[in-house]
Design a protein around this ligand. Structure first.
Ligand code: SF4
Length: 226
């Protein structure tokens, strides 16, 4: 198991470096670097999924059924990032299915996108038993996978769904009350935190502020994407 872990970490680093080199080379020669890099990114995203399909880098591999990688458009301008898969996601292999997923679909449509136009992923790729909070060690092991997904998709803006995703990406301990309603930067990409759809299903009083956050997300996207 130790050998496999080392191999996966090495492979991840090497592929990240290859992506960077490819993009830099295309730019250097004045080619249509964005289009070429994008086509390459699509392939690499699918290849990356294959790479971590059997990941055993943290203890969550013992109880999960499926590594829930992510879904949607590899060329998306918007990424929605949640916490971790639940039971239904673990069963189907897809992020955000069930009632919370249906609400997320409506949230996406409310700002003028279709679900298959955006990219959806979680910070943690395997379901924590009983839907407990992910442990710091699990976050440390799994977070690089999300970072690489973001690097490959290159979205214009990210919507962090829930406190866990917002805190992990922004490396902060601030409460949602002070994070939401604001615009942040994650490695140069606009990031807007809002409530997790599952939380919105439990507390209808958060729907109004969540709607305001989504409108902010749309404005930020429009400003950047033109
Ligand atoms: S949670 Fe992440 S690091 Fe842990 S086994 Fe799953 S894919 Fe690997």
């Amino acid at each position: 198991m130790g050998e496999k872990t080392v191999d996966l970490e090495t492979e991840t680093k090497e592929t990240l470096e290859a992506v960077r080199t490819f993009v830099e080379t295309q730019a250097e020669f004045g080619l249509s670097e964005f289009r070429l890099a994008r086509a390459d990114a699509d392939t690499r995203l699918a290849g990356f999924h294959e790479t971590i399909r059997d990941c055993r880098m943290c203890g969550l591999c013992e109880s999960r059924r499926t590594v829930v990688f992510g879904s949607g458009n590899p060329d998306a301008g918007l990424m929605f990032i949640g916490e971790a898969p639940g039971a239904e996601e673990d069963r189907t292999g897809l992020p955000f299915v069930g009632p919370a997923g249906e609400l997320l679909t409506r949230m996406i449509e409310a700002i003028g996108f279709q679900r298959d136009e955006v990219y959806i992923a979680n910070v943690i790729k395997c379901r924590p038993p009983g839907n407990r909070d992910p442990k710091p060690e699990e976050v440390r092991k799994c977070r690089p996978f999300l970072e690489r997904q973001i690097e490959l998709v290159q979205p214009v803006a990210i919507c962090a769904l829930g406190l866990f995703a917002a805190r992990t990406l922004l490396e902060t301990d601030e409460p949602m009350g002070s994070l939401r309603g604001r615009q942040f930067s994650y490695r140069g990409i606009h990031l807007i935190p809002t409530y997790h759809p599952a939380a919105l299903l439990r507390n209808r009083h958060w729907k109004r502020p969540a709607w305001e956050d989504l409108q902010l997300l749309r404005r930020v996207y429009d400003d950047e994407a033109g």
